[in-house]
Write a protein that binds this ligand. Structure first.
Ligand code: 4AD
Ligand code: MG
Length: 480
């Protein structure tokens, strides 16, 4: 007998047939109705137990959280709320869960706050919300690969340990080797962490872009999708110290082509989850509706989750230059006080998240692509425009999220790139290999980075980035 997934049983019409399912007990009432879930769907399978024929000791062990293997007959259900059910013929308790212990955890059957769930991240995936988000995250990952693979991109794995700081922000985690079994002791007794394992200082990557550029200038179109690390001390609902980034890089592509690619890609992956994750989206949408009820009217969402996703699919992203954005912001009255917290005095200032969110949520009311930023607030590798003061950068801003994408056309001219590096004190010896790409058949090329967790946040409606990654790393928190 084949063991089926709960998701498949719930769709099955093979009535009166014997089937096997495994899973965890989600609820057990009247010593008769067991709700089973195996992670394959948000919905539980009702298993009806004839307890008269069940030994007392087994009955006692059917508690919430226990792992069970069930064999039984698939029948149409007469009860409300489900189409099918299993008449249990045999049940094996594979792993018990003591009710007293369960009570102390998020497995206990009541509404737990997201903060509470975070404290038990190892059990979070057993909750409906945790499981729905993680299933969606997995589907989104698949959609990312599918989009690029279907469009002639090659997947490239850029190094995690690097000697360069791609973004030049200096917010990196240092990598040192250690041999705790044979610690070479310093004279003061402290462990010598063999700082010279690589013969130079190394850190965890903040972006695979520079390495991806070298690959684009050979394979044409590439993308990375891997973990990146930033030692920013940002305790916000949008920042992680370890996050996953998707970075496509395309040869013979300018900034306009880069914007087209980013928009097309985002629409594809959002469309993919709308088509393939409807039950989880429905659950998450209802969760948000419930959450909204406890908020003041002004803070409630004016659109349902799936409508928000459809809106992104059906509308063009608004493309606006930095200069136009500054003009809009200068003449805006964002709130009752008619002021931003941080007031933009002049052209050249960096936008704060309050400005970005104003532009997206209040002014344009749709995703916005901001481009042509002042050169001095962007990274060294961006293509300088003919005006000599702006660069071909683009940021994509999303409602409820803020910046979801950062990208640019790259500076392909060796002399201009070198001048820029000199001005920013970036030693040429460190990036000699990067400069080589500009010596041997350089070409116009572009790319961007999309923060995967911010995308998952948008797709799931989760307000805090810590709730869309299995084990979040943030300042003062690397539990699990
Ligand atoms: O704008 P960023 O810093 O751009 C780069 O790293 C470029 N090298 C990418 C490229 O052109 N290939 O980061 C890109 C995106 C941001 O827009 C944001 O979505 C996400 O990465 N991101 C973070 N996500 C979570 N936590 C953080 N601390 C993040 N920092 C950036
Ligand atoms: Mg950025």
């Amino acid at each position: 007998m084949k063991t089926l997934k709960v998701a498949d049983v719930l769709k099955s019409e093979q009535y009166h047939q014997e089937i096997a399912v495994n899973g965890w007990v989600k609820a057990f009432r009247s010593n008769r109705f067991l709700a089973l879930n195996d992670g394959s769907t948000i919905n539980n399978l009702q298993c009806v137990i004839d307890f008269e024929n069940l030994p007392e000791d087994i009955l006692k062990e059917i508690n919430i959280g226990a792992a069970v293997r069930i064999k039984g007959i698939l029948e149409e259900s007469e009860g409300a709320g489900q189409r099918v059910e299993i008449q249990v013929k045999d049940i094996k308790i594979e792993g018990v869960a003591n009710p007293e212990d369960v009570k102390l955890t998020i497995l206990s059957p009541k509404r737990h706050s997201l903060e509470k769930l975070r404290e038990q991240a190892h059990l979070r995936v057993r909750t409906n919300t945790g499981a729905a988000v993680m299933r969606l995250r997995s589907k989104l990952s698949f959609a990312v690969h599918k989009y690029f693979q279907d469009n002639g991109f090659y997947y490239v794995n850029t190094p995690i340990i690097t000697g360069s700081d791609a973004e030049g922000a200096g917010e990196m985690f240092k990598v040192t080797a250690m041999d705790l079994k044979n610690p070479a002791k310093n004279e003061d007794g402290s462990i010598n962490y063999k700082e010279d394992f690589f013969g130079k200082e190394t850190n965890l990557t903040v972006s695979g872009q520079l390495e991806a550029e070298t690959f684009a200038l050979g394979l044409g179109q590439v993308y990375t999708f891997g973990p990146t690390f930033r030692a920013e001390n940002s305790n916000t609902s949008r920042h992680l110290a370890e996050f996953w980034m998707i970075e496509p890089e395309v040869a013979f592509c300018d900034l306009a082509g880069n914007m087209d690619l980013a928009e097309d890609f985002i629409k594809y992956v959002i469309g993919y989850v709308l088509e393939n994750c409807d039950e989880d989206l429905e659950f998450l949408e209802n969760r948000l509706v419930q959450e909204d009820k406890s908020k003041p009217q002004a803070e409630r969402s004016d659109m349902l989750l799936r409508d928000k996703l459809k809106f992104v699919l059906e509308n063009n992203f608004k493309r606006v230059s930095y200069t136009e954005a500054i003009d809009i912001l200068k003449s805006s009255k964002p709130n009752k006080k008619k002021k931003f917290k941080y007031i933009i005095e002049e052209w050249g200032a960096d936008l704060q998240s309050e400005h970005e969110r104003y532009l997206v949520e209040k002014h344009f009311k749709c995703p916005v692509i901001l481009f042509d930023y002042p050169a001095n607030i962007k990274a060294f590798y961006m293509r300088l425009n003919e005006d000599g003061k702006t660069v071909r950068a683009m940021d994509i801003l999303f409602p409820g999220i803020g910046e979801i994408v950062g990208g640019s056309q790259r500076e392909e001219r060796l002399d201009v790139l070198k001048e820029k590096m000199t001005a920013l004190d970036i030693p040429e010896e460190e990036l000699w290999w990067y400069l080589d790409t500009r010596k041997f058949g350089t070409c116009v090329h572009s790319g961007f980075g999309l923060g995967f967790e911010r995308l998952v946040q948008f797709a799931t409606g989760m307000g805090n980035i810590r709730d869309v990654i299995p084990f979040p790393r943030t300042p003062l928190n690397a539990e699990f």
